[in-house]
Write a protein that binds this ligand. Structure first.
Ligand code: PMV
Length: 329
């Protein structure tokens, strides 16, 4: 028996050790383990209702019909849920983001995490957290890290069952802040799904993979010990390594804009002057500036005076994916 309707809310997440490259593209099995934090100020809410009266799946994003490619990817994910639940009904899906899509805040992560939780509940499935992370991973790799709460580690593995995500610390463990300096809101030219496929073409792919493997336990330990300096240094280095691989892929992926570099340089200068903050950047031009709660107001004020910074989205460590009582339709 399918439930009429279910709604889920998920946070986006920012990776400190990046998922960049896959060992299996169809199953979205990553090359390396990754670590992230959920972003409480960047959420997606999604309602799913299976309805035998519909001729086909109907998908809307922000109140408008979803572009064909996005709608197709949602339908493919619904097929996974239908297969698990043994149902064939089409679904109506409505989704809203609290932040701009496709510009380096992982909208696909919160989108596929919320879709997985809402669709599986609406289909009457009762998946545990680990199973839900695996389902979300099949929709978008980084989405698996938006299911558990707070600080999250995603395990790389050779099989789908072993590549899941789990929380390593709850949101209240550490008052770390992620201030997203938004310098671009347009869709990036090459999405991360495609970027993930080009990694092997970079001559630096192997070196970055080895470095990420060494950095991960350092970052995990720094999070657990709340050692901001060790955490920040390793995190900024990892972001630069990921982009070095992207830049040297074929074709070369250059996600940065002049404003990206301006923010990076400014943060490094503030650090020299005693205001401790570090940068990380996903597959887009926006810069995630990491600092401690005590410095967040100063860092946010300084960021908003930089030319080209259109908006600063402030985030604390966010909760895991949860079902909501209120629906979008
Ligand atoms: O899950 P995808 O395919 O959108 O890839 C996400 C890639 C990065 O955001 C750049 C890194 C990460 O680990 O989130």
């Amino acid at each position: 028996m399918t439930q009429a309707k279910a709604t889920a809310i998920s946070c986006a997440n920012i990776a400190f050790i990046k998922y960049w490259g896959r060992r299996d593209h169809a199953l979205r099995l990553p090359l390396n383990d990754s670590i992230s934090m959920n972003l409480d100020g960047a959420t997606t809410i999604t309602t799913v209702a299976f309805d035998p009266a519909l001729p086909a799946d109907e998908v809307s994003i922000a109140g408008a019909p979803a572009p064909q490619r996005a709608a197709h990817r949602v339908s493919e994910h619904l097929d996974r849920v239908r297969m698990l639940a043994g149902i064939a009904e089409p679904a109506r899906v409505a989704s809203r983001n609290s932040f701009p899509m496709g510009a380096g805040i992982a909208s696909s992560a919160s989108a596929f995490a919320a879709l997985s939780a809402a669709a599986s509940a609406a289909a009457g499935l009762t998946l545990d957290e680990r199973e839900l992370t695996i389902l979300a991973r099949l929709g978008s790799g980084s989405a698996c890290r938006s299911i558990p709460a707070g600080f999250v580690e995603w395990h790389a593995a050779d099989t789908s069952e072993e590549s899941y995500a789990e929380s390593i610390a709850p949101p209240e463990h550490w008052d770390l802040r992620d201030l997203v300096a938004v310098v671009q809101t347009e869709h990036k030219e090459v999405g991360s799904t495609r970027g993930q496929e080009l990694v092997d073409a970079s001559p630096f792919a192997g070196a970055r993979l080895a470095a990420a493997g060494r950095a991960l336990p350092v970052i995990r330990a720094a999070i657990l010990a709340r050692d901001f300096t060790a955490f920040g240094q390793e995190t900024e280095q990892e972001a630069i390594r990921m982009h070095a691989v992207a830049m040297t892929s074929q074709p070369s992926l250059l996600y940065w804009s002049p404003e990206t570099v301006r923010v990076l340089r400014a943060v490094r200068a503030w650090r020299e002057n005693g205001l401790e903050a570090y940068c990380t950047i996903d597959a887009g031009a926006n810069v995630h500036v990491l600092c401690l709660g005590a410095d967040a107001a100063r860092v946010a004020a300084a960021l908003s005076t930089l030319p080209g910074v259109r908006e600063v989205i402030a985030n604390r460590p966010g909760p895991g994916t949860r079902l909501a009582a209120e629906h979008l339709f």
